[in-house]
Ligand binder design. Structure first.
Ligand code: NAP
Length: 201
């Protein structure tokens, strides 16, 4: 299968790659560093330009979603806007534009995160947008054209990211990227649609 992974050079993108490396993988990220292509998922013209270059694909993986972290009472307009434009609208727009470029019976797999199920302090924007993405996927699956499937991987913190997020997640058990990679693989290679694939310890 030809699979486009957006955010491939990030920690979650690397986890997705672990499960899908045996396919014909095309990679993209905001900087394009160590990737095949550059894209900004907060800009629909940039998303369309990416697909015009890549052409038709069998599956699209999104491992992108910038989140701002702060106590709810101090969250600024900008922090909410940036998080919503990236983790929520960015991923929705990747699906809206990408629908024109995904093969019949192909698939999308998006990313959310466990904090909408297990909240922690200072992560309200991540939790809110993760919950919205889970809902988007469950519901839009009924409207996808040409047999296209859509799922979302909702993982707990990665072992590979424990040094970044561990301090804000006491009592959580991280999971290896290879395990999360299997959830991406199950979404892409299986027949499920509209599912939230929770990966927790
Ligand atoms: N890490 C975890 O343990 C974990 C657990 C659960 C959920 N998640 C979720 O997974 C997502 C990715 O997290 P991460 O830890 O992998 O972050 P990361 O290591 O910082 O990687 C972020 C990736 O997203 C790309 N990116 C950022 N903004 C972009 C944009 N506007 N357009 C295109 N690409 C963009 C980056 O590209 P460049 O590097 O080129 O800028 C990079 O490839 C987040 O939504 C996070 O909440 C992460």
């Amino acid at each position: 299968m030809k699979i486009l992974i957006v955010g491939a050079n990030g920690l979650m993108g690397q986890a997705a790659l672990k499960g899908l490396a045996h396919h014909d993988v095309v990679t993209a990220s905001r900087s394009g560093s160590t990737c095949d292509h550059q894209v900004d998922i907060t800009n629909t013209a940039s998303i369309r330009a990416l697909f015009e270059k890549v052409g038709q694909v069998d599956a699209v993986i999104c491992a992108v979603g910038h989140c701002e972290y702060a106590p709810f009472v101090t969250m600024t307009d900008d922090q909410w806007r940036v998080t919503i434009e990236s983790k929520l609208l960015g991923q929705i727009n990747l699906v809206r534009v990408g629908c024109d470029y995904v093969a019949d019976c192909g698939s999308f797999t998006l990313i959310s995160g466990i904090l909408n199920i297990k909240p922690v302090p200072e992560a309200i924007a991540d939790a809110t947008t993760s919950g919205a993405i889970d809902t988007f996927v469950r519901c839009v699956a009924h409207e996808m054209p040409r047999g296209i499937r859509i799922n979302v991987v909702n993982p707990t913190v990665l072992e590979e990211a424990w040094d970044v997020y561990g301090a804000m997640m006491p009592g959580f058990e991280p999971v290896p990227g290879a395990l999360v990679g299997k959830a991406f693989q199950r979404s892409v290679e299986g027949f499920i649609s509209g599912e939230v694939l929770i990966v927790d310890a």
